[in-house]
Design a protein around this ligand. Structure first.
Ligand code: SF4
Length: 476
């Protein structure tokens, strides 16, 4: 992952700042509750949801176990269909490859389909440094780009903005990026959508290069799949002459039959729809092979690792690679609902971000080491996850890793003392008696790193008599 978000404060500080923003909390509460209720209704329509969920999990686990084989099969199939495959070990390499491909076309502009992978590698910034302007075409991504903002949700990147704010952004910023917003623009959804449509239309018609991600890649035929709701993706995938797709290696599925499972799981879990309004599929250059017919005349697939093989090596953490980016876990998370997406310091916010980012970026920076603690461990995320990622299990596992790399000296001393006492029953019994006799002297708040814990909780009182003494006196 790039350092796009690095340098941000750790989660507790970033979340504390977000909590003071009443408008942000109101926007988030309204949006997440609306989406989560709709999702619950869409899922309840299917009697076999549990079986679909189990199948999605099993397919992903199987694919991850044989990832090397399926990636090679995919590469061969894409090449046989007229596409070129490039392998990128990290963000820098992926950005270099894309920039070189765009330079080779002689163009200085690209249109983009909404893509988490390209945000993860900071592609827009890398292209800008090379003199190439990337235009986001997804409505929410457009709002984020025009507002010089950062996405705060996987599916609805501008979820932290309300209609009035969006109108303001369009009115003030659209002209700097192309066709201006109408002078009499109001905050009605239809008018805002129309302003975006007209603004984007000229870019679709002008663009010669498009950059996309993909939701899935089918190994057996080399087919890429993008699912979306607006149709902007379809325009990017078909109008430009060169298409460059940057896709994480975990997005591969073996067969079309496997794809069928995910095309049922994803729309209901993400937008609460029975099927996606636009499902675009392409195999290499397609039947026209780029001759006067439809579609690009050059297709490049950039397969991105960027920490994924490190995550794959972790037997507990690797389940995060099953994620299909539906964002259902964000919409039910009480922590996300209050803190918002920016507090996670990464393009992957919410529960999935708390387990994916530390695995992709490592846990050496304060923000990454704080992410596994950005959860109440209530388990709501696991309940709704369509591929049954046990997010609480991975959070606890990652907390262990953070603890192992060393915490506050007082915390380490307390854990070492506890370890000794639990290993020595006589010493534990003596410590309990001593604690009972000195209870009047105990502080009401913990010092050092424990202080944050007792800021919002009462420290339980030590009983005057240890349980084991009470038991001996009353029961023996
Ligand atoms: S972890 Fe599960 S619920 Fe969350 S975005 Fe990924 S697939 Fe969806």
């Amino acid at each position: 992952m790039t350092g796009t978000f690095l340098g941000m404060p750790a989660f507790p500080q970033a979340a504390a700042a977000a909590l003071r923003d009443g408008r942000l909390r109101a926007n988030l509460r309204h949006a997440t509750h609306t989406i989560r209720d709709k999702r619950a209704r869409a899922v309840a329509e299917l009697d076999d949801w549990a079986e679909l969920r189990a199948a999605g999990k099993a397919i992903k686990d199987h694919t991850l176990r044989h990832l090397d084989r399926y990636l090679v099969q995919l590469e061969e199939a894409v090449a046989a269909a007229g596409g070129a495959v490039h392998w990128a070990a990290d963000a820098e390499e992926a950005n270099r490859i894309v920039a070189d491909l765009v330079h080779a076309t002689g163009e200085t502009e690209v249109v983009k389909v909404k893509s988490m992978a390209t945000q993860e590698i900071g592609l827009n910034e890398a292209l800008a440094a090379e003199g190439i302007t990337a235009y986001e075409t997804d409505l929410a991504e457009l709002i984020v780009q025009l507002g010089d903002d950062r996405p705060s949700h996987i599916l609805v990147p501008a979820i932290h903005r309300n209609r009035a704010e969006i109108r303001e952004i369009f009115a003030e910023r659209m002209a700097a990026w192309g066709r201006p917003a109408p002078a009499d623009l109001t905050d009605s959804p239809a008018e805002l959508a129309e302003a975006a449509r007209l603004h984007l239309r000229e870019k679709f018609l002008r663009a010669r290069v498009a950059v996309s991600g993909a939701n899935f890649m089918v190994a057996e035929t080399g087919t890429l799949v993008v699912v979306e709701s607006e149709g902007n993706g379809r325009m990017c995938l078909t109008l430009p002459r060169t298409l460059i797709s940057v896709v994480g290696i975990e997005k591969v599925v073996p067969t079309w039959r496997d794809l069928e499972v995910f095309l049922q799981l994803l729309p209901r879990s993400s937008t609460a729809e029975r099927m996606n309004p636009y499902t675009s599929l392409w195999t290499g250059l397609g039947p026209s092979k780029g001759a006067d017919g439809d579609g690009p005349s050059a297709f490049h697939l950039v397969l991105l690792d960027n920490g994924r093989t490190t995550a794959l090596a972790d037997q507990v953490g690797r389940q995060a690679l099953r994620c299909i980016r539906c964002s259902a876990c964000l919409n039910v998370c009480p922590v996300y609902e209050r803190a918002g997406g920016h507090a996670y310091g990464s393009v992957y916010p919410g529960p999935i971000g708390a387990i994916l980012t530390p695995q992709l970026r490592g846990i050496t920076s304060p923000v990454d080491a704080s992410l596994p603690y950005a959860s109440s461990l209530c388990g709501a995320c696991y309940e709704v996850c369509p591929v049954a990622i046990d997010i609480p299990e991975v959070l606890v596992h990652l907390r262990e890793r953070v603890a192992e790399q060393g915490g506050h000296p007082l915390e380490r001393a307390a854990i070492a003392a506890a370890g000794y006492l639990f290993d020595h029953p006589a010493a534990l019994a003596a410590a309990e008696r001593l604690a009972g006799r000195t209870r009047a002297l105990h502080p009401r708040r913990l010092p050092g790193p424990g202080r944050a814990w007792t800021d919002t909780r009462d420290l339980p009182q030590v009983p005057a008599e240890p349980f084991r003494d009470w038991w001996r006196r009353n029961r023996s």
